[in-house]
Design a binder for this molecule. Structure first.
Ligand SMILES: CC(C)(COP(=O)(O)OP(=O)(O)OC[C@H]1O[C@@H](n2cnc3c(N)ncnc32)[C@H](O)[C@@H]1OP(=O)(O)O)[C@@H](O)C(=O)NCCC(=O)NCCS
Length: 160
């Protein structure tokens, strides 16, 4: 990982806003092949999703900014306060910013939020087994494989 403490100071994470919808739609559509749900997302689909997202209390989507410019996104969802468990995912770092440690920083910031805001103790995720950069990142961040689903999907968990 190449990030330094100085790089980190230029980064911040904030909740998704209406103004981010085209940004996250582009990221998602450009990286469809890496997601279990690989459908193309139209403007209308995105608006519909955002409307329902705003009504949810168990879903928090974040945008990572570098010096105020959006460079990635990620989410904490299926937040179960009683079981103290939640899912992480929807991670995309814009292609020109990959390999700088930003994915790891975003995960760490979301984990901190999960713990401090929702007292979550266990996080889980699903990733395509062929997605080597993502699996490698999750392993480095302490997520452990808990089995395969239908041969091509890894389930991973981490106690925080
Ligand atoms: C997965 C993703 C979010 C990682 O973002 P990032 O900012 O590049 O992450 P980092 O720089 O913190 O770490 C990248 C890791 O991938 C590794 N990596 C990058 N390209 C790689 C490649 N072609 N082959 C193998 N490993 C690769 C890096 O070496 C690093 O591994 P490490 O953790 O062992 O050091 C980014 O690659 C991405 O947006 N991918 C497309 C969307 C996606 O796959 N999302 C996840 C869906 S589960």
């Amino acid at each position: 990982m190449t990030n330094t403490a100085i790089d980190f100071k230029h980064l911040s994470v904030r909740l998704l806003e209406n103004k981010d919808l085209e940004f996250i739609r582009r990221l998602r559509n450009e990286n469809r092949q890496h997601f279990l749900d690989s459908n193309y997302i139209s403007k209308q689909d995105q608006q519909r999703w955002y409307k329902s997202y705003l009504l949810r209390t168990d879903d928090q989507m974040f945008v990572l900014e570098e010096n105020g410019v959006s460079v990635g996104c990620g989410a904490l969802y299926n937040i179960d306060i009683d079981k103290k468990k939640a899912e992480v995912g929807r991670f995309v770092i814009d292609v020109s910013h990959r390999g700088k440690g930003y994915g790891g920083i975003l995960i760490r910031l979301i984990e901190e939020m999960a713990l401090s805001k929702f007292e979550i103790k266990e996080l889980y995720l699903e990733a395509l087994a062929a997605n080597i950069p993502a699996i490698s990142l999750y392993k480095r961040m302490g997520y452990k494989k808990v089995g395969r689903q239908s041969g091509s999907v890894f389930k991973m968990v981490k106690k925080i």
